[in-house]
Design a protein. Structure first.
Length: 326
């Protein structure tokens, strides 16, 4: 082995100290487009649509199966759930649901899918392996949001017209508590420790924080965006970081995402995104936040370290739901 001396050694040391290129991002983003009846697939490195998957009519709710090999999509006007193979990006199966499914949640064990059906005021319990409905739970009028506790024991459904969060025991499929929240509740999201569930209210423009132990609202988060009318601030999608320290709430026609200290409930800042922001998803490394903007027909890519949108990616018509795979 040759001996490296003097200037050559210094040059070698400098070269070794130089930072290498940033690793390529492997994020794959799936976006349901309500009006174009498609799912857009966005490459996280290119920040461009690399595939468009035709699904049933009016796709909204979207989620992965447990090992992220399948994508489930609620297609409300066809009263079913379409199943996309992540490897081939093709619809490979269909699951039953009640009429007009909108949002759903998969149990932690990965077998049962709980589906909110707007038109019959029920939550369907779908066995994804048997491909059949094994139970129905009567809830309030226009069920929408679905959240499940980390241990899978408690399911929360929100009813838009009844303005309630319904707490459901997953063992018996019965409602144990009803908690009144603000007008037109949309999304229910449990904290990682399972102690609280956050419920957004679209018309109320608030987020109610409900204590799982007492089943009472212990805090209400309100929003105020300078220059934006109060009625345009409509809380919908909610996301939280894994450490439980930060939360993000989509504010609809306000075209903003609120960044919240999840421990103090203080709104730290508002991020300007696309028009009519519906839902949002964090990248696996939590360095990016992807938002679906239903009027501007795009996805905003928010760089969390820089605190600003770095790209708007055009997708299909009226993008609604969004999920991210590493």
């Amino acid at each position: 082995m040759p001996i490296v001396k003097g200037a050559a050694l210094a040059a070698l040391g400098f070269a070794l100290a130089l930072p290498g290129p940033e690793p390529a991002r492997a994020d794959t983003v799936f976006v349901s487009n309500e009006k174009s009846n498609t799912v857009s697939v966005v490459d996280g490195e290119k920040l461009a649509v690399v595939a468009t998957i035709k699904v049933g009519r009016r796709p909204r709710g979207i989620t992965f199966n447990q090992d992220m090999t399948r994508v489930y999509v609620c297609v409300g006007d066809d009263n079913r759930v379409d199943v996309i193979d992540v490897a081939t990006l093709k619809v490979v199966d269909r699951l039953p649901s009640g009429p007009d499914p909108e949002l759903f949640v998969l149990e932690p064990q990965g077998r049962l899918l709980y589906v909110a059906n707007e038109d019959d005021n029920k939550v369907s319990v779908v066995d994804t392996a048997a491909k059949k409905i094994i139970g129905e739970i009567q809830v309030g009028v226009e069920p929408e949001g679905m959240g499940i506790s980390p241990d899978g024991k408690i399911l929360v459904n929100t009813s838009e017209t009844t303005n309630m969060a319904h707490f459901i025991d997953t063992a018996s499929h019965t409602i144990t508590d009803n908690v009144l929240v603000d007008a037109r509740p949309r999304v229910a999201r449990f904290t990682a420790d399972g102690r609280f569930v956050w419920v957004s209210a679209e018309i109320g423009g608030t987020v109610s924080v409900i204590d799982l132990g007492t089943r009472k609202v212990v805090h209400k988060i309100r929003f105020a965006v300078q220059g934006v009318p109060r009625e345009s601030i409509q809380a919908v999608g909610i996301q939280m970081t894994r450490d439980g320290k930060r939360a993000f709430v989509a504010l609809g026609p306000a075209n903003r995402v609120a960044e919240i200290d999840a421990e103090t409930y203080e709104v730290k800042r508002y991020h300007l995104v696309g028009q009519r922001v519906w839902n949002l998803a964090l990248s696996p490394d939590e360095k990016r936040l992807y938002t679906t903007n239903g009027v501007s027909n795009d996805v905003s890519v928010l760089d969390m370290e820089r605190g600003r949108v770095i790209k708007s990616v055009a997708v299909g018509g009226a993008p609604w739901g969004v999920i991210v795979k590493p």
